[in-house]
Design a protein around this ligand. Structure first.
Ligand code: CU
Ligand code: ZN
Length: 368
């Protein structure tokens, strides 16, 4: 079928919205009609050409939500008409990682996905006979996409898809970091560095876990206000003295849990140093630039601080994303303040510009 899609033709150039071809879903694959898709930093990062693992030409987009249009042979996990959130982090349920409660890094289709192919090593996307690769296994800057069934989370039939799409990446990454990776305990003190989509999700996750105190650190007063709306009890303008300020706020000890959501190694270091002696846990969510390394004073670890990292918030997508969407629908998570702009697919490059200018948290593409 012919569909409209935003193609990354050349790194560093604007995406081209044009007609491309999408083949039928193969065995274990599903045709999804997209209703909405958030524009995430990772899309822009890849488009810029800075990402060493990036490839082109490809159809970008990975924060999608839509409806199952048709199932390929042998598909059992979803059926026609289901509302689904796309998962760049799939859950096959059978590999050694899926069977372990300790990680969400499913191994089933990793290699092919990283290369831009569906699990059988081919693409369903093409343009005038030339194959187009599938970005992050999702390619949701498009009216339709074909994805493996293990990479779709079936959400409530009532879920509004223009909000549900945020659970495909940024929001879930933050929520999960607090709820799954760190497992924040009731009554604890938390510090979140960075009030973008992931950091704000972490603030909300800390609140849902019953944290008593949630400090949010950012440079932007507007973003800090958004953090307050998500449950932050203390707002701090970031700077070289952030660690000192946090120690002062916590009787000199530091926080039970710290979260880093900026991708800057200098901030990661602050997040480690702001964690409490004895048991403070620092969770790194941000993706650092190519070749960057993190400086840590080993004594901080000897005296009981711990560091961990989190990909997609440690969430097992097919189980956890529907649960989070349910919590949103029950009124536990306030999603609307995150959506700053809505636009048609044609305006995807404007979405990148807004993100570059740090204008708002999320632009959401809506498909007519
Ligand atoms: Cu993302
Ligand atoms: Zn797996």
């Amino acid at each position: 079928m012919n569909i409209r899609a935003a193609v990354l033709q050349e790194f560093g150039r604007p995406l081209v919205v044009e007609e491309v071809q999408l083949a039928d879903p193969g065995p274990g694959e599903v045709l999804v009609r997209l209703h909405a898709c958030g524009i995430c930093h990772t899309d822009m990062y890849t488009a810029s050409g800075v990402d060493p693992s990036g490839y082109a030409p490809t159809v970008l987009g990975h924060e999608g939500a839509g409806v199952v249009e048709r199932c390929g042979e042998g598909v059992t996990l979803v059926s026609e008409g289901d509302r689904v959130v796309t998962l760049f982090s799939p859950q096959c349920g059978e590999c050694i990682h899926c069977r372990s409660p300790l990680t969400n890094l499913c191994l089933a289709i990793r290699e092919q996905q990283n290369l831009g192919y569906l699990p059988d090593g081919t693409t369903r996307l093409s343009r005038e006979g030339e194959p187009l690769r599938h970005f992050m296994g999702t390619s949701t800057f498009a009216e339709y996409t074909v994805m493996p069934e293990i990479a779709l989370a079936r959400v409530s039939p009532e879920a509004p898809l223009d909000r549900a799409c945020l659970f495909a990446c940024g929001l879930s990454t933050g929520l999960g970091a607090a709820m799954r990776t760190a497992g924040v305990r009731e009554g604890s003190t938390c510090v979140v560095f960075g009030a973008g989509m992931v950091g704000l999700g972490a603030v909300a996750g800390c609140r849902l876990q019953g944290a008593e105190r949630i400090v949010c650190v950012d440079l932007s007063p507007e973003r800090l206000e958004l953090a307050r709306g998500q449950g932050a009890t203390d707002l701090l303008t970031g700077g070289a003295d952030s660690v000192e300020a946090i120690l002062e706020m916590t009787d000199g000890f530091g926080a039970d849990y710290t979260f880093e959501a900026t991708g800057l190694v200098a901030v990661m270091r602050q997040a480690v140093e702001a964690a409490r002696m004895g048991w403070g846990l620092c969770t790194v969510c941000g993706v650092a630039g190519r070749g960057a390394t993190l400086d840590v004073i080993p004594r901080l670890l000897i005296t009981g601080r711990r560091i961990c990292g989190s990909s997609f918030g440690g969430l097992k997508g097919r189980e956890d994303v529907p649960m989070l969407v349910d919590r949103y629908m029950a009124g536990d998570i306030d999603v609307d303040p995150f959506i700053s702009h809505r636009m048609p697919l044609e305006d995807v490059n404007r979405g990148f510009e807004l993100m570059e200018a740090q204008d708002g948290i999320r632009s959401v593409i809506e498909f007519g």
